[in-house]
Every structure is written in C-alpha cells, then in structure tokens.
Design a protein around this ligand. Structure first.
Ligand code: CA
Length: 238
C-alpha cells in the first residue's frame, strides 16, 4: 500500500520481476476492495485516507499475523519504534531502493516460514499382544527371550535395566540365569536390530549395571559404537 505512484510502481515492478504476485493500493478504501488476502503487506505509513499505523494496529487487534513491512519517509526513531511495537515485522525508510525492499520481503517470509517437518527417527516398535516387533518398519524375527528383552528395554528408552530386572521380567525369579546367558541374548537381539538398520549403539551397555535402550537419534550420535559390543562384566560391578 503506497499512495505515491512512482514508488508504488517501482516496488511493484521489482517484486513482480522476482516472481511475486502483487496488488497495489493507494488508499485504505482501495485496499479493502481487494478480495484476496495477501501473504505479506508492504505498508506506507502516510496514506491519503488514513494512517498505515492504524491499519497495522487493526490487523494485530484482529489477531491477523500477516507479516507487514512498513514504509515511511519519516526517519524519526519514534515512528520506527511505534511501528515495530505495533506489530510490524520490518521497517524501511524512504528513500529506499526497491531491491532492498524485495530483499526484506524475502527475509521476512523466510523467517516466518514454518520449519520443515522433521523425518521421524526409525525406532523399535513392540506389539506385546501380537508378540511382534519391528525396527523402522522392518519386522524382526525374535526368539521368545529376545522379544521379552526388547519389550522391556523399549518400555522406557534411556532407563537402565539391571540383570536382576531382566531375570525377574523375562525368566521369572528363581531361575538360575547366568550373566553370560543374558549377555548372549542381548548380543543376539542387538545384532538383529542392527541388521534391520539400527545404529550399533541402539542397546547400550552400562558397565557393572546392565543395559539401556537408546533412542535412534541418541544411538546414532554415540561416537563409540564399539561400546555396544562389550558386556557388563560381572567382575566390574560396583
Ligand atoms: Ca505516502
């Protein structure tokens, strides 16, 4: 919105040349006639039938988050602050080069663009009812013990499970299960997970305590995948 034709035309030309679809209005009244709501407004503060600052406040009062870049010939700091406090996203003082305004339009749109949705990290999915497990969508062929270990570990990512807990939850108390037995089942489970694409650190050894399952991202960031291969040797227990 700009009432000085020369400025309006040069801005319009510069924006169109960069591929923007534009609509110019020299007055409030003309702006209200336009049907399509713009993606961004370049707003002159001094218009024949009103003050651009009032329009800005009106937009913000209606919770319209349309980005606004304010144009003004007045270089007074107070006007700049007033426009920014009124919800302007940027401020350009006249005289300006149309190219500068185009660059600011791009910058504001870039800043307000929603961040690209992150790819979900692959992870272990355990369906206890169906006794099925998959990693990143790939089905895992697990033995009964491996399945129960995976189910327990995946219940709480990051939590360390002790050997005693594994015995109680997987075999049942009273069974004489050696550390070696647990280690070998974990090792086999870990191999099946990495074969399905999991990082080597997906099941982490916590020395002297037991094992924990890392989130996919955490395991991938682990800079020492070999750590995952060692077993919590019983002689190193606290
Ligand atoms: Ca003006």
């Amino acid at each position: 919105m700009e009432d000085e034709p020369a400025i309006a035309e040069s801005l319009d030309y510069a924006l169109r040349r960069e591929g923007f679809i534009t609509q110019t209005a020299g007055t409030y009244a003309k702006a209200e006639e336009s049907r399509a709501w713009p993606t961004l407004i370049v707003l002159d503060l001094m218009l024949p039938d009103g003050n651009g600052g009032d329009l800005l406040r009106l937009l913000r009062a209606e919770s319209r988050r349309t980005p606004v870049i304010v144009l003004s010939s007045r270089e007074a700091e107070a006007d700049r602050i007033s426009a920014l406090e009124g919800g302007a996203d940027d401020y350009v003082t006249k005289p300006f080069s149309p190219r500068e305004v185009v660059a600011r339009v791009r910058a504001v749109l870039r800043r307000l663009a929603p961040p690209e949705a992150a790819e979900p990290e692959p992870s272990l999915a355990v369906d206890r009812g169906a006794r099925r497990a998959s990693y990143g969508g790939k089905a895992l062929e697990l033995t009964r013990v491996e399945f129960d270990l995976a189910a327990l570990l995946s219940e709480s990512l990051g939590r360390v499970y002790s050997r005693a807990e594994f015995i109680a939850q997987v075999w049942g108390n009273g069974f004489a299960i050696t550390d070696r037995t647990i280690d070998s089942h974990i090792k086999s489970l870990r191999r099946k997970l990495t074969d399905a694409g999991a990082p080597a650190g997906v099941i982490q050894t916590v020395r002297g305590v037991g094992y924990r399952m890392a989130s996919a991202g955490e395991a991938a960031r682990s800079d020492d995948p070999a750590r995952g291969e060692e077993s919590p040797a019983s002689d190193e227990r606290p």
